[in-house]
Ligand binder design. Structure first.
Ligand SMILES: [Ca+2]
Ligand SMILES: [Ca+2]
Ligand SMILES: [Ca+2]
Length: 326
């Protein structure tokens, strides 16, 4: 907004004493609703996978209204986490998934590789008002010089990228959201949202476009706490993005450690299961075509009734205040 339009608006408000909502006209391309609003901007500071079935449910959203929270992918990750833990000191056959862990996710966020931005806009934040919101992917930024661990990165990152006066730039189209604040409880929904996750020892960045997105959390001064982000992964996205990433993860690990067991099976057993054309390798088509995996990876919900099942996903998050440049 130019100084001139700002002045015009202030003058108009003073003169008519009316609410900003009535100021719909004018040639200054002024958006009265926005003027009436206070805005708060955040960057996601951490993401956390569910560690057990209980947490998977807590991070889920009940999409089909049957009283049970839906979080099929979260439940898979929680299940893997349990097996990895159970396998600690064992033969390490789930090593490729060992770094599904939160620390790896957090490191990628803290060092500025995976920034997700959210701007809330409401008449005021004391509660009971509708909220408009916009989410973006943030531009990659070097948030610290020593990027090797959270301990070395965070002291610098917290002032460079995760402070109220830090300014982060957007790097994607806007994902519009809407919702409410009741007391300190924020609840938003959006048609779509791009969630980027880093998977495995190979640190594969996977950008998933979630549908039917629900975001909730507790609004604090300068932060969103106890955040939960839920959404549905479409069947094509599930196959072409998520399963492909996991196939890459397994293949890379397996090629590098050609004697290592995979999923508790030996290399021969693994080939037996997947290598249909017996060329000694497991292609993506062989991997996704495996009937066991098809069952494992089948979605859990078909809200749009097209007989293709989407997979629900819920993950925890926290966010802190920043400035957003869009
Ligand atoms: Ca349900
Ligand atoms: Ca093959
Ligand atoms: Ca469907």
């Amino acid at each position: 907004m130019t100084t001139k339009t700002a002045l015009l608006v202030i003058v108009s408000l003073t003169v008519c004493g009316c609410s900003a909502r009535t100021l719909q006209q004018g040639d200054g391309a002024v958006q009265p609703d926005v003027l009436a609003h206070e805005t708060r901007s955040f960057v996601i500071r951490s993401l956390s996978w569910p560690r057990d079935a209980e947490q998977a449910a807590a991070y889920g959203y009940d999409y089909n209204g049957d009283g049970v929270a839906d979080n099929a992918f979260g439940a898979i990750v929680a299940g893997l986490a349990g097996v990895v833990q159970g396998d600690a000191g064992g033969d390490g056959y789930l090593v490729p998934f060992g770094t599904l862990g939160d620390e790896r996710l957090e490191l990628d966020i803290v060092r500025g590789d995976n920034l997700m931005l959210l701007r809330l806009s409401a008449p005021d934040f004391s509660g009971g008002y509708p909220v408009a919101a916009t989410a973006w992917r943030g531009q990659v930024r070097g948030c610290c010089d020593n990027r090797t661990s959270l301990e070395t990165c965070w002291p610098q990152a917290k002032t460079r990228c995760f402070a109220a006066d830090a300014e982060l730039a957007v790097a994607s189209a806007a994902y519009p959201m809407s919702g409410t604040i009741e007391g300190d409880k924020l609840a938003l929904q959006a048609e779509r949202f791009a969630l980027t996750l880093t998977l495995g020892t190979e640190r594969l960045a996977v950008s998933l476009e979630l549908r039917n997105v629900r975001l909730r959390g507790v609004l604090r001064e300068g932060a969103i706490e106890a955040g939960v982000l839920s959404g549905l992964i479409a069947p094509t996205e599930l196959r072409d993005t998520l399963q492909r990433a996991i196939w890459k993860l397994i293949s890379a690990y397996w090629r590098e450690h050609d004697r290592a067991p995979v999923f508790g099976t030996t290399r021969d057993q693994f080939l037996d299961l997947f290598d249909r054309d017996k060329d000694g390798d497991v292609s993506f088509d062989e991997y996704v075509g495996n009937s066991l995996l098809q069952t494992f990876w089948s979605g859990d919900l078909d809200l749009d009734g097209d007989k293709m099942y989407e997979m629900s996903l819920g993950i925890g998050f926290t966010a802190v205040s920043v400035r957003i440049r869009d």
